[in-house]
Ligand binder design. Structure first.
Ligand code: PEP
Length: 244
């Protein structure tokens, strides 16, 4: 199974999200070997999930870790589950670096997603500074330790996305061979904490021109696409080339 996920971030408002979902569903994409999912704004989650039912799964870009109560402004994993979500991102680099989420916050989210029955997509990746200082493996191993040590989960419940921070939204994608090298390392680090094998996706400036150079490689279990998944012609072309 390969995974092709589109993170719509805060690029699309409610109306645009619903329009894109309506256009995507008309394409009638079908391939039982590829799991398609989009991560729309929370505002459009229910409608997009209903529109895409049977064609794409949906996921939340983030969720609060308390499940219910006096937490002004938060939406819990349980609430996303209630409207039909399957996945939720945990620790996307924009959450870590713009909103200051720590490994501890990410771990709390992973546990709350699992409790709610959502599948966490745990985002990890080194910064440019880490890379330049030869600290990429250190950063990844620390993020993996904090996410997985003592974590109780079952086969098929968790995915990881390797998203080097320097490659996200920059047009400077990680070379496929380097992504493989990192993903081999990530899988070996996860194996220190769990016997369950976890699919690892690559994300960072993937587009129609380079998607197959990752997805045809056995080690790379899928792709998380940001901005290219928000434009109908480009996302459609990417999906078509992957499903071919
Ligand atoms: C992302 O935000 O997860 C991402 C991979 O973004 P982009 O494809 O735009 O680099």
């Amino acid at each position: 199974m390969k995974y092709l996920f589109g993170n719509w971030k805060m690029y699309l408002d409610y109306k645009q999200s619903v329009e894109l979902a309506n256009s995507l569903v008309q394409e009638n994409f079908e391939n039982e070997n590829v799991e398609l999912a989009v991560f729309p704004t929370a505002l459009a989650m229910k409608d997009v999930t209903d529109i895409l039912q049977g064609h794409f799964q949906t996921g939340s870009q983030d969720a609060g870790h308390p499940s219910k109560g006096a937490y002004t402004g938060m939406i819990s994993a349980e609430m996303f589950k209630e409207v039909g979500c399957t996945y939720a991102l945990a620790g996307h680099s924009e959450r870590r670096h713009i909103f200051g989420e720590t490994n501890k916050d990410v771990r709390a989210k992973i546990e709350s997603y699992l409790d709610a029955g959502l599948k966490p997509v745990i985002c990890i990746g080194e910064t440019e500074q880490d890379k330049d200082n030869d600290k990429a493996r250190y950063r990844l191993s620390k993020q993996i330790l904090r996410a997985f040590e003592g974590l109780d989960f079952e086969d098929g419940q968790i995915l990881v996305a390797y998203e080097p921070v320097w490659a996200i939204g920059t047009g400077n994608a990680c070379l496929p061979a380097d992504a493989v090298d990192r993903i081999v390392f990530i899988k070996s680090e996860i194996a220190k904490y769990s016997k369950i094998s976890v699919p690892v996706l690559y994300g960072g400036s993937v587009n129609n021109d380079n998607v197959l150079s990752y997805l045809t490689l056995e080690t790379i279990d899928g792709i998380l696409i940001g901005s290219a998944s928000t434009k109908l012609p480009e996302f459609t072309n990417i999906i078509k080339s992957v499903l071919k």
